[in-house]
Design a protein around this ligand. Structure first.
Ligand SMILES: [Zn+2]
Length: 195
């Protein structure tokens, strides 16, 4: 028994080829190609090495950053698309579940509703033309009725965004297909074409 434990103990440690320290296997990143399933540099040495590589290859590192950023963004877009499609296909289920959740979590649901309407109240300046705002909502309702398409009134610049806070005024409102509004969320990029 003792022997097994000792054997196990020797298997659970490894010498880092860079700092030559004996460390537990957890301190090495996993590797599918090595025999013991771990890379030969400990995590600390790996950090030092990657930092040094970055300094020595700044151009390549930056190019990689840009590539990674674009790639992840692409993935996010397609994820949102799939999710939206799923929502469109199971709208009734989603709505029923949301209703059920709201019934079970009345206080939370009310707080959420209030937060939304609160944001709208704060974002409505005293000079806002209420008639114009109403007209846009009315137009959206008519569009829905006439075309049968689900449309939303969208804030071009979101009211609740980390970078910018739009206003609840007619100039910041537009009518867009509901699907588009759903995928946009409260994201806003000052560099993207927001039309
Ligand atoms: Zn090391």
């Amino acid at each position: 028994m003792l022997q097994i434990m000792m054997m196990k103990n020797t298997v659970n440690t490894k010498i880092c080829i860079t700092c030559k320290e004996v460390k537990s296997l957890d301190e090495f990143h996993k590797s599918k190609t090595s025999k013991d399933g771990r890379v030969s540099n400990c995590k600390l040495c790996a950090i030092v090495r990657s930092r040094k590589w970055r300094e020595d290859n700044l151009d390549r590192a930056r190019a990689y950053d840009i590539w990674r950023f674009k790639n992840q963004n692409g993935r996010k877009e397609s994820l949102v698309k799939t999710r939206n499609q799923h929502y469109q296909n199971n709208k009734a289920d989603y709505k029923a579940k949301a209703k059920e959740w709201a019934a079970d979590n009345r206080a939370k649901s009310n707080a959420m509703k209030q937060r939304c309407s609160g944001a709208r109240k704060i974002a409505t300046p005293s000079w806002a033309d209420y008639d114009k705002i109403k007209q846009i909502y009315l137009l959206a309702a008519i569009t829905r009725e006439v075309t049968g398409c689900d449309v939303h009134v969208d804030h071009i610049i979101p009211l609740n965004n980390k970078v910018v806070c739009g206003l609840h005024v007619s100039a910041n409102l537009r009518i867009i297909p509901a699907e588009q509004n759903f995928s946009k969320g409260n994201r806003f990029s000052p560099y993207a074409d927001n039309d």
